[in-house]
Design a binder for this molecule. Sequence first.
Ligand code: ATP
Ligand code: MG
Length: 574
Amino acid sequence: MKYSRAFLQTLREPPAEAEIKSHQLLLRAGLARKLSAGVYTLLPAGLRVLHHIERIIREEMNRAGAIELLMPALQPAELWKRGPRYDAARQVMFTAQSATRRTSEETVLGPTHEEVVTDLVASVLASYRQLPLTLYQIQTKFRDEIRPRFGLMRGREFLMKDAYSFDCDSDRATASYQAMYNAYSRIFRRIGLHAFAVEADTGVMGGSFSHEFVVPCAVGESEIATTDDGSYAAAIEKAVSLASPRPHNPPPVPFEKFPTPNVTTIEDLTIKHGVAACCQVKTLVYIADSRPVLFLLRGDHVLNEAKVLAAGFSQIRPATPEEIVSMMGCPPGSLGALKPLPSSITRVIADECLRDQHGMTTGANEEGFHIRNISVPRDLHVDEYRDLRTALDGELHPTTRRPLRISRAIEVGHVFKLGTKYSEAFGARFLDTDGQSKPAFMGCYGIGVTRCLQAIIEQHHDENGIIWPASVAPWQVALLLLDESLHEMAEQLETQLESLGITVLVDDRAERPGVKFKDADLLGLPLRLTLGEKSLNSGGVELKLRAGKESTLVPVQEVPTQVQLVLNQLLTAS
Ligand code: ATP
Ligand code: MG
């Protein structure tokens, strides 16, 4: 392929507002171009990378026994309404309407495909003999993300590989899950991503267990908790830890109200009245499934909303200040779950760390007053204790007793063991060996294909540009033609390399060598060949690895075999 015809000149245009390095490189190297917020055109070089990622995904999915199909993006809303999570899914859904109004049917653009695939399988599944079955597709998803950003990392339209497994029972569903988990590990390794699995929250998907595959990245949007020896890794939504204990839990003594004018935060109470955050009870008012609920935590702890959802709520939001005043009779800042509770509050859930704690301070439910020497079991109304806390950096993991590090990462894949939530909703049932009709046990498995493309750049670049892993590079070799007089020799080399199955991008532009070297570094093809009078006079063509510093001189006739050798080394090393 000739550079002048590869549509790569686009790289001349400076990126408009790239927020992270990989986004900047994606635009500068001419791989993608923004159409609107979270919506991108993949330019030819970017598309070539995508095709490599897709090929590797297909090879590994097929190897794991999954079967490819392609489901529609345009989906009847009616189907979603029959499913178990329409309301939650609508938070990110695009709807589509016919401008002609020939049809009044409500249509959505699929954010994912559990509903469609389960309905499909329900229509064909009859017997245990048809199971196990894993179906997959590589298909465009639409999500109205609150904050589309970082280029392909968080798009409103993006490509996903999604797979769905159907099994006779829970054990066999676990085996299908494991097969996908293993396939994911292979896929990420082969495309050059250093990804690892973390225990994950099942969230709105429902289901019994789940892992996210993540790549560490300082600007990633996911937070993970890991121990240094790698024995524990979990998404922050799921991470468990031992809280650092309060220095002292005193015996219970009578409580005492005291004035706290203008104190509305944990910090205020610490600064103005010397009450350590760990000795305060934080009272949070939420609307959970339309009902007011209080969550209580130690003042130095942070509520983990995913753990609240795991407690059995399906939709939660913090109450507004107005709602708080009307329910508690007092503004936020002086709240307490004191007995007796205002009648509007339906439930109080306290974090485990508050169990049996005395000598605590909480709001008096009266503006400008707090109460000290609170004994939680004696003075506060608590219906239930649960783990509600977000794990903090440095806390110990409960069983390994190793300190947790909280860091940022990019989620590139997600595997769920779903259970029968969807198969029951859509009637995906089969007759088992015992003649009983049973719902299929499902799993679902996603990889963000376009997100992976950019995550690879995020993991493989230096100050000069991208350094593509050989397995996914848009072309394997950059052949820089420095003297137009050597045009024919370049063509010959290109033909010879291509006949060996090696992909080549010939920089045939009328540009100065400096520009060509710079652009070659930016685009980051694994091997660079430089063909010029100077190197020919000293004995051949200059061969350089993008990832290395040294170059070697290779006699012209040996170039194809040398290139093949080095490429093979790169491919097997990855
Ligand atoms: P996130 O937490 O990043 O919003 P998610 O948990 O909603 O992702 P899943 O529903 O698990 O995503 O989708 C499967 C995979 O699709 C994710 O692991 C991720 O790699 C990718 N993905 C999800 N949302 C986007 C998006 N807006 N843009 C690009 N890729 C995405
Ligand atoms: Mg996910």
